[in-house]
Design a protein around this ligand. Sequence first.
Ligand code: GSH
Length: 246
Amino acid sequence: MSSARIVLYSSAKCPFAHRTRIALKVAGASYDLSEIDLRSKPKWYTENVNTAGKVPALSYGAPADSSVEDPPKDVVVLPESGVIVDFVASLFPIIDYTDVVKRAQANLAAVQYEALVAPHWGKLQWGGGSPEALEAVLKGLGEWTATYLPEFMVSGEEFGVGDIKLGPFVTRLFLFSEHDVGVWPEGTGDKITQALQGEEFADLRQYAKRLGEWSDLKNTVNEDDVVDALGKMMKGMWAARQAPKQ
Ligand SMILES: N[C@@H](CCC(=O)N[C@@H](CS)C(=O)NCC(=O)O)C(=O)O
């Protein structure tokens, strides 16, 4: 248990920040939330909290009366969502699986998702939705599902740190496809959804469904807002890319 003050710097639509909110929610931790508007990032955030300018960041042990905008220089401030989730698990071990092998396997699944799927998904969603990019996502997902997604994550009763790290990414893969949220031609999301109906993705679909029903994941972000805001932004980016150059 921790009694030191925790301040989380977060942005509601960021999947990395979402990870840290789930971890703190599962832990039942009390914390102060500082919402950072990434489109109009406050100067104090980059100057005083995270020089990289990214969310999330978490400060630990700031005096109760100190300003969230200017934590004392000797206060620990952690950037990087994975490090923050692991730190929360060190403070509140209850958030991880009790079985150490499950812990390791779920963490491995999270690490391998970042290696095998996330970069390809980024190119697909932000880069025009080409058939080649979709092929790369499906190949990565197929390998990940077959090799790194253990049965206990697909149909078990518990969740742990690996699921916290994966949750926002796996759920958004399906959510964004379903709602056609991408810098891509209209209808690309349907093609992805169709492609994910293959038998090789049965466990992935089941895992995404399980995560989607997890109250600690659902209640830490408003999915409708995420779909609405990112959908509009990405549609606009796609339209601007198609406009003839002057
Ligand atoms: N590796 C970082 C990635 C964090 C990240 O990329 N956050 C994005 C928002 S989702 C960000 O803050 N971008 C800076 C910006 O938009 O100015 C982590 O895991 O925390």
